[in-house]
Write a protein that binds this ligand. Structure first.
Ligand code: IPE
Ligand code: IPE
Ligand code: MG
Length: 260
């Protein structure tokens, strides 16, 4: 009888919940190198060197998790104000990493792009950057953007300047300027919308990173210092992203209906 009541009709096959979509474009503010080193009684640059291993780990994770684009904040336009010694170690490290990793990135199908005002770097480094960008330009497994001498305000001003130049020549009409066109002049023009921004190191700020691109990004802050960041922490951020409801101004009910 009870069986009849509860089992009157053949139970339909339990439908597995649809796997929530992961982020396509993730950006990371890699913060906390200096404090990590100081906690160990070492000089700050020891932390920058250790941070390179975390960069390798996140690139690996991105490749394995179908992330299309990974944008890493390596050096901000404000970081020039740091002690000369620290800035020069950071430049050296950038150079070394480009040398040691370029071939491996290329072999793994990674396209490397540097976003930021590269004119601020010395000529040799600029040449190397262009060489690696050229070598990897046809790769499509992952776009790895290294933000170096990058500032979000610079990105916006730079886009505005290019747009103004095209209005001046008549290539673009003022009336045709809209968000999509403006976006096409920013340093992330060809990339998917930014889905997830992670900041390590415990601070809750953007520090002039992707200001235009952050409009609807999900923000994830962790106290983990950058050299301690690894695949597990990245996975936690992605899992957290997957259970968030992105409403883009709609009501929750509208979003559920549209997803249904
Ligand atoms: C981030 O770590 C790396 C760069 C800014 C180049 P920090 O060097 O800012 O480390 P903290 O925040 O001082 O610990
Ligand atoms: C942001 O970190 C820049 C990078 C991670 C490259 P900072 O350490 O420079 O940021 P603030 O100064 O704490 O805001
Ligand atoms: Mg910092």
């Amino acid at each position: 009888m009870i069986g009849k009541l509860f089992n009157a009709t053949k139970p339909t096959e339990a439908k597995a919940p649809a796997e929530a979509a992961g982020p396509k474009h993730v950006a990371i503010i890699m913060d906390g190198n200096g404090r990590w080193a100081q906690k160990k009684g070492k000089i700050r640059t020891f932390g920058h060197k250790a941070g390179v291993d975390s960069v390798r780990a996140v690139v690996r994770f991105a490749r394995q998790n179908n992330i299309e684009s990974l944008t890493l904040f390596a050096f901000s336009s404000e970081n020039w104000k740091r002690p000369e010694e620290e800035v020069s170690v950071l430049m050296e490290l950038f150079n070394l990493v480009l040398n040691s990793e370029a071939k491996k990135l290329n072999k793994n199908g990674v396209r490397l792009k540097v976003i930021g005002d590269v004119n601020g770097f010395d000529a040799k480094l600029v040449e190397k950057i262009h060489k690696v960008e050229e070598m990897t330009k046809d790769n499509s497994e992952l776009v790895l953007n290294i933000a170096a001498n990058y500032g979000g305000r610079w990105d916006i001003v730079n886009a505005a300047k290019q747009l103004a130049a095209q209005v001046k020549t008549g290539e673009v009409k003022e009336a045709d300027i809209n968000e999509e066109l403006f976006n096409s002049f920013t340093s992330t023009a060809e990339l998917p919308e930014l889905d997830l921004l992670i900041r390590t190191g415990g601070e809750h700020r953007i520090s002039n990173f992707l200001l235009w691109q952050c409009a609807y990004a999900e923000l994830y802050f962790t106290d983990v210092l950058w050299p301690d960041f690894n695949e597990d922490v990245f996975q936690q951020a992605v899992d957290d992203f997957k259970v968030r409801q992105r409403r883009f101004g709609l009501t929750g009910e509208q979003v559920v209906k549209a997803d249904g």
